[in-house]
Design a protein around this ligand. Structure first.
Ligand code: PGA
Length: 240
């Protein structure tokens, strides 16, 4: 396993952006899968900086969002696609080459099939960047998800809804379902970069490192992928 431990969140963010940028430098038509969450915000800031300084050419890069809330339209500020537009897609001029799952789709199964076909039509994912849920989820693949799952609809775990509650105003009903690339979709990426930062990820990271790959811990699936980089800061790596 390729585990890289860095001092702090700032270093993790710079390092993650450097990994993404070097992948793009090696293949300008890179197809990325990108996450929502607190963890990647610093990486997005760094990527936007590199773009503004002319240090990364994003003109042929394609981005697919990893997941989305069900029944939350893209125009809603709580949607994951809105988040990605705000933090990366719009400031980096990626709008024409950005695809995401439609939470407002009339038929989720049709939308999930469309998404798999759209990824395949781009030649598959070159690099999937992932955050890590406190319960070990990757994208919205909650514990118990099969490793060969493709893009699908999920019931969100209570811990996921709780962890995401801070994004919603008080009294707002947090979505109970999501749409997500499957673990199989993610494992089909040529390369994977998982980011974990902060004390809240230390227990699950220790668990992943000690465990055999099994659906009870979705992120453990990445141990079966030959080109996964685990990029952790010292707090997240404390129990490893
Ligand atoms: P976080 O979320 O980056 O906000 O910790 C990660 C996740 O739940 O996948």
């Amino acid at each position: 396993m390729n585990i890289k431990i860095v001092a702090d969140y700032e270093t993790l963010s710079r390092e993650a952006a450097a990994i993404v940028a070097s992948k793009i430098a090696a293949g300008p038509k890179t197809v990325l899968a990108l996450p929502t969450g607190n963890t990647p915000i610093g990486m997005y800031k760094q990527l936007v900086r590199l773009y503004r300084e002319g240090k990364v050419d994003l003109s042929r890069v394609w981005v697919f969002a990893l997941d989305e809330y069900a029944r939350v339209p893209a125009s809603d500020q709580h949607s994951f696609s809105y988040f990605l537009r705000q933090h990366l897609i719009d400031p980096a001029g990626l709008g024409p080459r950005f695809d995401h799952l439609r939470g407002e789709a009339a038929c989720f199964e049709t939308e999930c099939r469309r998404y798999e076909q759209a990824i395949a039509a781009r030649g598959g994912l070159d690099l999937a960047v992932l955050g890590l849920g406190v319960n070990g989820h990757i994208a919205f693949n909650e514990p118990g998800t099969s490793f060969d799952s493709r893009t699908h609809v999920v019931d969100l775990a209570a811990s996921t809804r709780e962890a995401n509650a801070s994004y919603f105003p008080d009294g707002f009903k947090i979505p109970a379902q999501g749409l997500t690339m499957g673990i199989g979709t993610i494992l089909a990426a040529k390369e994977i970069l998982l980011l974990a930062s902060g004390k809240s990820k230390a227990a699950i990271m220790a668990h992943i490192m000690a465990a055999e790959p099994a659906p009870a811990i979705p992120a453990s699936a990445l141990k079966t992928h030959p080109r996964t980089t685990w990029l952790l800061d010292q707090e997240a790596a404390a129990g490893c």
